[in-house]
Design a protein around this ligand. Structure first.
Ligand SMILES: Cc1ncc(COP(=O)(O)O)c(C=O)c1O
Length: 480
């Protein structure tokens, strides 16, 4: 008989899921009197339903002394599925995964080749690890204003100029789903004797259908980070770090991963990563096939709306839906507000672009409801067509004055925006989404960066991580 709590019968191939189902069944039946954390003790009469389903990995899914073995078995199964020989499950997102790989990559002061379209989590990883980033820039497509990949030759050139670099760290697919020549980057990195590390936060489904690009490890990367909670049906925060060791030392990876991971991982998050992995292993091709058909149908539908376009073509991840609004004259933030009011929140919206996330949990009916609603909303906001303007996050050309770690620990002072121009930023400032820093610690605050940030804010964007998100003042490195 099918267990309604495990409708696809995944537990026989998912040890953490099996343990979570057993523990929570016992808890719900009132069979437990735990004398260990969590402090809610499985009672619902204090903080209520919000803790339902919560079970610690250690002392819940298995005993505090033995849960490691259960976790290792689940991680071994994931490593096998992705063709890795090292895998860890994280309850702290690709944020933690990126930071773990940065801490595993090199020594303080060593150069690392990094895309400037990096997520802010990796920039903080570079601060933690004390690496010295050598930036490579993505190409920007003038027609859409969106970033493409980092050109293959760019990484090769930078590696030739920095023979002491410890690694190449790229984001692929990009936030907007554009993909690059990972095999070429891997070959260049390996010729230089360094690993290729890939932030594949959005791409946990890649490689599981012939219509999808291979995942980063299959393309030749040495390690990848991916958010199970983004592309797969896993709990928020669930992520995987996968590696093929050789150029990376497994003991160092382990130390780096543990350095900033909690000692109390949530069993539900861990079990959901395990369940998502079991689902991909068994039904991945069927579900990814449905996803590809769903996105293709959505793209076709949206292209019928006059002026509306979608990102498409050989360098675009086929399961990503990126909607280009400029030709309709509608403003993305107004469209987003109406979508939220219709119960259809999207991942990202700025003036010219809307990015809904379609996953293998969506079917064509759900996607059609979304595209029909979007088409109607666009009609309500239609205006004169305009040229798209690339967002600051994709066009920043950093003026680097000192390495990010050195700047992070310098004494700061608060200066008005006008006074701050020409000074060195002590802080990271990023419009969110996409969370790509327009200013990083150690970079000169240029008039262009200030204008771009102001434009993003004036257009309704959220300015994240700045001490003063109004941008009236900035934290600059104090003069001695
Ligand atoms: C490219 C990229 N990397 C990493 C992350 C961080 O992922 P998480 O939210 O799982 O920590 C994000 C978040 O959106 C992202 O866009």
């Amino acid at each position: 008989m099918t267990d309604p709590r495990d409708p696809r019968g995944l537990r026989s191939d998912a040890p953490l899921l099996d343990a979570w189902l057993r523990f929570t069944a016992q808890a719900e039946a009132g069979e437990l009197t735990p004398m260990s954390v969590p402090g809610h003790k499985q009672r619902r009469d204090l903080t209520g339903a919000v803790t339902a389903g919560d079970a610690p990995l250690y002392g819940g899914l298995d005993t505090i002394k033995h849960a490691d073995e259960l976790l290792a078995e689940a991680e071994r199964r994931a490593a096998r599925l992705w063709g890795a020989d090292w895998c860890r499950f994280s309850v702290a997102g690709s944020t933690h995964g990126n930071q773990a790989l940065a801490l595993a990559a090199g020594e303080p002061g060593q150069p690392v080749v990094v895309t400037r379209a990096l997520h802010r989590s990796l920039l903080l990883g570079i601060v933690l690890a004390g690496l010295d980033p050598v930036w490579v820039l993505p190409e920007v497509d003038p027609a859409s204003g969106l970033p493409g990949p980092v050109p293959a030759g760019a990484v090769q050139d930078v590696l030739a100029r920095h023979p002491d670099a410890c690694a190449v760290f790229l984001g692929d697919p990009s936030y907007v789903g554009t993909t690059g020549d990972l095999a070429g980057h891997a070959a260049a990195a390996h010729r230089a004797g360094v690993p290729l590390l890939v932030d594949a936060a959005w791409a946990a489904h890649l490689g599981f259908h012939p219509g999808l690009p291979p995942h980063a490890l299959a393309a030749g990367a040495d390690a990848m980070v991916t958010s199970a909670h983004k592309a797969l049906p896993a709990y928020t925060q669930g992520a995987l770090v996968l590696a093929r060791t050789g150029l990376l030392d497994p003991a160092r990876l382990h130390r780096a991963f543990e350095a900033t991971h909690t000692t109390s991982p949530a069993g539900a998050i861990m079990a959901s990563i395990d369940a998502a992995r079991a689902l991909l292993a068994r039904d991945g091709e069927e579900l990814c096939g449905r996803l590809l058909r769903t996105v293709a149908a959505a793209r076709d539908r949206l292209r019928q709306v006059p002026g509306l376009d979608v990102l498409d073509g050989p360098g675009v991840e086929p399961a990503k839906l990126v909607i280009l609004l400029a030709g309709t004259g509608a403003h993305g933030n107004q469209v987003e507000a109406d979508l939220i009011a219709a119960g259809m929140p999207v991942e990202m919206a700025d003036r010219d672009t809307i990015i809904p996330i379609v996953t293998l949990a969506d079917d064509q009916a759900a996607a059609a409801r979304f595209t029909d609603t979007l088409a109607a909303i666009v009609e309500a906001h239609r205006g004169p067509p305009r040229r798209p303007v690339p967002a600051a996050s994709w066009t920043v050309i950093p003026d680097v004055a000192m390495p990010p770690r050195q700047a992070f620990f310098c004494r700061n002072e608060t200066r008005s925006a006008a006074e701050a121009v020409g000074r060195i930023s002590g802080e990271l400032v990023a419009p969110y989404p996409p969370g790509v820093p327009v200013l990083a610690p150690g970079e000169v605050i240029t008039a262009a960066a200030l204008d771009a940030l102001r434009a993003a804010r004036a257009d309704g964007g959220r300015i994240a991580y700045a001490a003063d998100p109004t941008l009236a003042t900035f934290q600059v490195i104090a003069r001695a």
